[in-house]
Design a protein around this ligand. Sequence first.
Ligand code: AHM
Ligand code: MG
Length: 334
Amino acid sequence: MKRVSLTQHLVEEQRLHNTIPAELRLLIEVVARACKRISYEVSKGALGDILGSADTENIQGEVQKKLDVISNEILLEANEWGGHLAAMASEEMESIHPIPNRYPKGEYMLLFDPLDGSSNIDVNVSIGTIFSVLKAPEGMDEPTEGAFLQPGTAQVAAGYAVYGPQTMLVLTTGDGVHCFTLDREMGSWVLTQSNMQIPASTKEFAINMSNKRHWHPPVQRYVDEMLAGKTGARGKDFNMRWIASMVADVHRILNRGGVFMYPADMRDPAQPGKLRLMYEANPMAMIVEQAGGAATDGVNRIMEIAPAKLHQRVPVFLGSKEEVELVTRYHTEQ
Ligand code: AHM
Ligand code: MG
């Protein structure tokens, strides 16, 4: 097999499509290097004293795991000094993180969920890092939080690393979705899948069924019809998977299709769903759309939502196009 490294891929993409200038390439390489380091920490488990709670809470009021804090630090440190960023924002930090004045500033802004699927850390199930790249407004080298509040359509790159049986990096810069596998011996990312495509139809769905009693009617109807199988309205049997790591669920869907849902429900109208728009839903929506799938909040295309807050939540329906269109129709025709 001819091995194409991440760097070679990025250089060639720039030559072909002119979408990855040197500063963006540096940014992606630095994020990928940080993910390599996180993968190493994850793999140590109990041997590295990285499991368990950090005994602190993040902005969402969730107890932080040690690995949430470690991964956040790794990403901040790796990205501070290169001169490619104007600022960063993270699920684990209430406010944005400006680039310290001792370093030069760049034109990009990086948002991340450093360790997604935290509930799986201590039980050795796949977890991941999600990231989104925006451009700082023209001439603004010290962006405020307001500068981050751009719709997902403004993303210049998005990706995730999944720490599973293999560590993989899935990336889009707006010209398809490409997957790299970490070669641990060589310490390099090797291109293993180009132009990933999500099949338009599927027989598999992903949702946390334990919340069923709280769902709104369109979600109840959509899931009930799938559960009814061959003899029901859909006329086919469906399979269900729920890993409780969005990265792992989305990675499965990118590879074999499916629909992933984290809906809003009737519990707390102030908290529409669980997932965060800016560093979970938007990057995943860009990846899924670039792979031929769709992503909505039940009504609107996720990437067109105008964000009001850095940490805002959003209902998520993403994956195989025909299924996302159907569940979105059920929401709009009620
Ligand atoms: P986290 O960012 O705090 O880890 O939360 C996000 C995760 C997603 O990865 C996953 O899809 C979801 O939470 C699982 O939620 P639940 O605990 O309801 O199954
Ligand atoms: Mg997280």
